[in-house]
Design a protein around this ligand. Structure first.
Ligand code: BGC
Length: 365
C-alpha cells in the first residue's frame, strides 16, 4: 500500500543520492554529528518494546529474545504484549514514555492508531523504531526494521504456482486468496507482493479464483484469527466448490494455512497447495508430512538482534545502519528502513534452511 512504485522509487533514490552528494554524507551508518540528533543516553537506560497480540509464534519468540537481549546488552527492558487490543497498546506506550524510555520499539496492532502516543514519545526525546510492522500516518517514527514484506508476498505467490505445477503440470488451476488482518500494515503489502506474481496468471486464464473474491478487502482475515480463516474457507467451499477441485490457496501465514487445511480436510477434499509464513513448528511438521506446501523463513532472532543493535548504536550516539532509505512511505514520511531477506521454505530445502535451528532443524531429519 505504501511501497513506492518502481518509477517513484528510482526517483527517490536519485533524489536521496543527490542529497547525499550535496551534503557530502556517506551511508547512514556514519556516526551522527554532534548535533544532538542521536546524542546517546545512559548505558543502562530503559528501552520499551510494545508487542501486539500473540497472533503467531514469532511474537512470542520476540518477547523472550527482547527481554534476554536487552538485559545482556546492559539495558532495562520493558517488554509488553497488548492482548487486550489497541487501547491497551496505547496505554503501554504512554506508560513507557512516562517511565523515561529512551527508545521505544513498536510492533503495532494497528499502525495508524498510535499517533498521540508516538508524539508523546518524540516530545520526551525518545527514538521510535517500528518493528516488523510499519507505523502509519505519523512523522514520529525514526526507523523501521523488518523482513522485506513485499518480497514475502512475491515468494508466496511464486510458491503457490510452483506447488500446483508440481502436482499437475498444466493449468488451469482453481485457487482462493487469503490476506491477513486489515489493521496490520503488513497485510496489504504481503497481498500486493503475491498479486504481482498471481495477477498476470489470473488475467491469462492459468489461474481461476472460483469464488470471484479477488480483492484484498474480500480476502482479509480479521485479527489474523485462525477461526476466521477457517470459517471463510468453509463457506467458500460450500458456495463455490461442489465437485470442483481446489488446487491452491494463497495463505499469508502459517496459522491461517493450518486453519485452511483443516477446513478443506473437513469438507472431504484433498489438501491443495497452501502457502504460509513464519516457520511455525506445526507448519514445518505439516510441510515435512507433505501437507502444507511452503512457509517463509524469517528468523526472529536475527530481526530482534538487529533491533537491539540499533538500540546499542543509539546509546552510543551513532545513527543505525539503514539499507533501504526510500521504499517505506508511511503516508506522512519515508521511514528509513533496515530490511532483512526472507527465504521460501518447502520440503525440498527445509533441512538446509533450518540446519542451525535447534527446534526446527530436528523436525526436518
Ligand atoms: C507478521 C507475520 C505474522 C502476522 C500475524 C505480521 O505482521 O509480519 O510474520 O504472521 O503479523 O501475527
Amino acid at each position: 500500500m505504501f511501497k513506492l512504485n518502481k518509477a517513484a522509487k528510482t526517483m527517490a533514490v536519485v533524489l536521496a543520492a543527490s542529497a547525499l552528494a550535496l551534503t557530502g554524507c556517506g551511508r547512514a551508518a556514519a556516526p551522527a554529528a554532534s548535533s544532538g540528533a542521536a546524542g546517546g543516553f545512559a548505558a543502562d537506560a530503559l528501552i520499551g518494546v510494545a508487542l501486539p497480540q500473540k497472533t503467531s509464534e514469532n511474537w512470542v519468540l520476540a518477547e523472550k529474545l527482547f527481554n534476554d537481549g536487552l538485559t545482556q546488552a546492559g539495558f532495562k527492558g520493558d517488554v509488553q504484549f497488548a492482548n487486550g487490543g489497541v487501547a491497551e497498546q496505547q496505554n503501554q506506550i504512554s506508560a513507557m514514555v512516562a517511565k523515561g524510555a529512551k527508545v521505544i520499539i513498536v510492533g503495532a496492532i494497528d499502525g495508524g492508531q498510535l499517533g498521540t502516543q508516538l508524539k508523546q514519545a518524540k516530545d520526551a526525546g525518545a527514538t521510535v523504531i517500528a518493528y516488523d510492522r510499519l507505523l502509519l500516518n505519523t512523522p514520529n517514527v525514526d526507523y523501521y526494521v523488518a523482513y522485506d514484506n513485499f518480497k514475502v508476498g512475491e515468494l508466496q505467490g511464486q510458491a503457490l504456482l510452483d506447488g500446483m505445477k508440481a502436482k499437475k503440470p498444466n493449468g488451469p488451476y482453481n485457487i482462493e486468496l487469503f490476506a491477513g488482518s486489515p489493521d496490520d500494515a503488513n497485510a496489504k503489502v504481503f497481498f500486493d507482493g503475491a498479486m504481482k506474481i498471481l495477477q498476470p496468471k489470473i488475467q491469462d486464464g492459468t489461474l481461476k479464483v472460483v469464488s470471484g473474491q479477488k480483492t484484498f478487502e474480500q480476502a482479509v482475515t480479521q485479527g489474523w484469527k485462525a477461526e476466521n480463516a477457517q470459517k471463510r474457507m468453509d463457506s467458500l467451499l460450500v458456495g463455490s466448490y461442489g465437485t470442483a477441485a481446489l488446487d491452491g490457496v494463497l495463505s499469508p501465514n502459517d496459522t491461517l494455512a493450518r486453519a485452511i487445511i483443516t477446513s478443506v480436510k473437513a469438507a472431504g477434499k484433498p489438501v491443495p497447495t497452501v502457502t504460509g509464513q513464519d516457520s511455525e513448528v506445526e507448519s514445518v511438521k505439516s510441510i515435512m508430512a507433505g501437507e502444507q506446501y511452503s512457509t517463509i523463513n524469517k528468523d526472529t532472532t536475527a530481526l530482534v538482534n538487529h533491533a537491539i543493535e540499533m538500540v546499542k548504536g543509539l546509546q552510543k550516539g551513532t545513527k543505525p545502519e539503514i539499507n533501504d532509505p526510500t521504499s517505506y512511505n508511511n503516508g506522512t514520511k519515508v521511514v528509513p528502513a533496515f530490511l532483512l531477506v526472507p527465504k521460501i521454505v518447502t520440503k525440498a530445502n527445509a533441512a538446509e534452511e533450518y540446519a542451525n535451528d535447534k527446534v526446527l532443524g530436528p523436525l526436518t531429519k
